[in-house]
Design a binder for this molecule. Structure first.
Ligand SMILES: [Zn+2]
Ligand SMILES: [Zn+2]
Length: 353
């Protein structure tokens, strides 16, 4: 494939809201890097923070940078030291750029590398997925296993991987799973729980349209917690003892605070959502200590086992991540994409600055 001289790329150049679209030279890969022709890029919640350039953004990113960390594309040019990939390979980017040397990496846990750099955040690289071509180190590329995996499915392996990684930590097989929050991660966690053999999925949200989608995606029980008392409903459904497995995917502090009272003794819960303020637990002895709970958290995906498992689930039609996509835009209409998310007309709006 002929590589053009120029490409379009979004950049955050100054510490203020928004991005600028520039025409700039297509970069060339250095030794252990590849050049990718980007096929799809998804907008993540953190991209909204970066767009606004709020407090959170300032702690997770460094200007200048090209945003976009959920990206897939085709390998178009190889650095001289590349050994795994070939021109034409289809890849998705693992955006947790692990160092390979710190104590977590030495433990085989690059996903939570203590010195992690991040794609699309100006951390260790200025490159990101909101550009026509991008540079990534070969070792951070996940080579797609199946030709049948579409670019849209592939770009969703990253967020789906977060849900999968979380659900895997709570052993859902043969258990009933309650998912709090029917946003993209919650919906995917629900489908993944089913694919991993849970007996029943219950999902709660305050948005009826999201609950409709949850039902379409196979949720067994949908609870509108703006209309029904969630605690009472869960006790009704579980013979008064609470659920054995819980996925917290709202990140809303009051929901996190109250979720412990929904659990039975010996339950396992995973916190996937990102609460922004201190967590407070009522009746800690009754709600936590005497229940002998297992609480897990995740950050990102296991590299690369989560990717392989997720792609397999998509191929086997166990999970369809594309159902959580509400809009698609051509790259030039990037501003419309952000405006749509910020306006609240999307099913998964981001209104908070
Ligand atoms: Zn993300
Ligand atoms: Zn490391």
């Amino acid at each position: 494939m002929a590589i053009p001289e120029k490409m379009l790329a979004l950049r955050k150049m100054e510490p203020k809201e928004g991005y600028t679209m520039n025409s700039e030279p297509v970069p060339l890969p250095k030794k252990d890097e590849v050049l990718i022709k980007i096929e799809k890029v998804a907008i993540c919640g953190s991209d909204i923070a970066l767009y606004h350039w709020n407090q959170v953004a300032q702690t997770i990113a460094t200007i200048p940078f090209i945003p976009g960390h959920e990206a897939v594309g085709i390998v178009t040019c190889l650095g001289t030291g590349c050994q795994q990939l070939e021109i034409g390979d289809r890849v998705a980017v693992e955006n947790h750029f692990y160092c390979g040397e710190c104590y977590t990496c030495q433990d085989g846990r690059g996903d939570i590398c203590a010195k992690m750099d991040q794609y699309g955040h100006g951390r260790g690289t200025e490159h990101g997925g909101f550009s026509e071509f991008s540079i990534v180190k070969e070792k951070y590329c996940y080579k797609l296993q199946y030709e049948t995996t579409t670019p849209l499915q592939a770009v969703l392996l990253e967020p789906m991987g977060v849900a999968h990684n979380g659900v895997e930590t709570i052993d859902v097989k043969g258990q009933e799973v309650l998912v709090l929050g029917a946003g993209p991660i919650g919906l995917l966690a629900m489908q993944i729980s089913k694919s991993l053999g849970c007996t029943r999925t219950i999902i709660a949200d305050v948005n009826p349209a999201r609950l409709q989608l949850a039902e379409k995606m196979g949720a067994d029980v949908c609870i509108d917690s703006s209309k029904e008392d969630l605690h009472q409903k869960i006790m009704e459904l579980t013979g008064g003892v609470g659920v054995s497995r819980l996925v917290e995917a709202t990140g809303a502090t009051p929901v996190v605070n109250s979720c412990f009272s929904l659990l039975r003794k010996g339950a396992k819960l995973v916190l996937i959502g990102l609460p922004k303020s201190a967590i407070h637990i009522e009746n800690p002895l009754q709600n936590v200590i005497f229940k002998s709970l297992t609480l897990t958290t995740v950050h990102g995906r296991k590299i690369f086992s989560t990717w392989e498992k997720c792609e397999q689930l998509i191929k086997d039609q166990q999970v369809d991540p594309t159902l959580v996509v509400s809009h698609e835009f051509p790259f030039q209409q990037w501003q419309d994409a952000f405006d749509t998310l910020l306006s609240g007309i999307s099913l998964f709006p981001f209104k908070n600055k």
